[in-house]
Write a new protein. Structure first.
Length: 180
């Protein structure tokens, strides 16, 4: 995309970056002014690190209420890649959720317009980290429980496998990198 674009309530799913070109984004490649508001960007992959949403060149980019999950197993593409060698690009991110983006949620300079979150599914008690309280939450939901938050493995049963998932995620929940 070059020029100006307003994307509202769009869904991008299952796109993949292919080919030897190191540029581009799996879902969106922006080279001008762009607003993304209320978008879902999920299940993207690729063989390079262009990002699911790749932003470069001059312009003003606003990402609001964006949900991004780039969760292919072989993923080398994260959620948002900002390339700004001239320091003239302004990328503002607000009220957005980033879940399971590997290897990064946001790479490059951006302005944090607040209320952004990085998912931490094993933080069942909402304490900002995964700890003993989350093990207690798993035990409290023990048994058949399809779709409940304590079913971290997604198998429809809260069991010892979910306790192991809590232990594997032990520690503070991830945060977005610092903004500029």
């Amino acid at each position: 995309m070059s020029g100006s674009l307003d994307l509202t309530a769009a869904t991008f799913e299952g796109n993949e970056v292919v080919g030897p070109d190191e540029r581009g984004g799996a879902a969106v490649y922006a080279r001008g002014d762009m607003v993304m508001n209320g978008n879902i960007v999920t299940s993207h992959g690729g063989a390079h690190e262009g990002g699911t949403i790749h932003i470069d060149a001059a312009g003003s980019i606003d990402l609001f209420s964006v949900f991004s999950s780039a969760n292919y197993d072989d993923n080398t593409v994260g959620a948002v890649r900002v390339t700004d060698p001239d320091g003239v690009l302004e990328v503002r991110v607000g009220s957005s959720n980033f879940c399971g983006n590997t290897p990064f949620d946001i790479a490059g300079p951006f302005v944090d317009w607040s209320n952004n979150h990085v998912c931490c599914p094993a933080d069942l008690d909402g304490g900002g980290g995964v700890d003993f309280g989350d093990i207690l939450a798993v035990i409290g939901a023990w048994g058949p429980c399809a779709g409940c938050p304590a079913d971290l493995t997604g198998d429809g049963v809260v069991s010892f496998a979910d306790i192991l998932a809590v232990i594997a995620a032990w520690g503070p929940c991830p945060e977005l990198p610092g903004s500029v």
